[in-house]
Design a protein around this ligand. Structure first.
Ligand code: AKG
Ligand code: FE2
Length: 195
């Protein structure tokens, strides 16, 4: 069983966590709305020369002028649903970041996951700010320093907002490990600003 070991108020540089950015009811309503209404895709990736579908579903939403190369894994680009456009505007006002794209992940249960990575594509700029909203099942989120390999984990609650900015992508990897016993789904929204 995975346990959190980090105090969410004392995360590494560039990570900040707000537990209740959205109310429990709003988070649940939004979860069901998005689960039903987004056009979910399961793109393929190549790992060691073999094609695999990714272990989760995705939807990529962006402004029309965004450079679509970013959705590299051949995701179809969708327009903003009103409810997500409203959320984008609130986050843009709060964080002073012109968010123009949103990657949505649906983890159907604890078998779905995301491996270690940094969101450090050149299109995101040098010190990107990413706002990550969680809806539905709680999941463990791991952070690992690229040089010391020191790891921390926190539990991302439904309705929470994790902001990654500054040197977080340069210095750390993050991942969402499998939690084999978990039966419930989770949706994660990562708002991004693509140059
Ligand atoms: O699901 C999460 O909390 C992480 C998502 C993530 O790291 C990403 O979309 O780049
Ligand atoms: Fe990420």
């Amino acid at each position: 069983m995975q346990q959190p070991n980090a105090n969410p108020n004392h995360l590494p540089n560039g990570f900040s966590y707000q537990a209740q950015a959205l109310s429990a009811q709003k988070s649940l309503d939004l979860f069901y709305y998005l689960e039903q209404n987004l056009h979910w895709q399961q793109p393929e990736i190549t790992v060691y020369g073999k094609r695999h579908v990714i272990p989760r579903l995705q939807c990529f939403i962006a402004d029309e002028n965004v450079n679509y190369a970013y959705s590299g894994s051949k995701l179809i680009v969708e327009p903003w649903p009103d409810v997500l456009d409203a959320m984008r505007k609130r986050l843009t006002a709060q964080l002073q970041i012109p968010f123009n794209a949103l990657l949505v992940n649906l983890y159907r249960d604890g078998h779905d996951c995301m491996g270690w990575h940094s969101d450090d594509e050149p299109e995101l700029g040098k010190q990107p700010t990413i706002a990550s909203i969680s809806l539905g099942a709680e999941r463990v989120f791991k952070i690992k320093h690229k040089h010391t390999n020191e790891q921390q984990s926190i539990v991302l609650q439904s309705g929470s907002c994790l902001v990654m900015n500054g040197t977080s992508q340069r210095d750390y990897l993050h991942s969402l490990p499998k939690q084999q016993k978990l039966k419930h789904p989770r949706i994660n929204l990562t708002f991004r600003s693509i140059m």
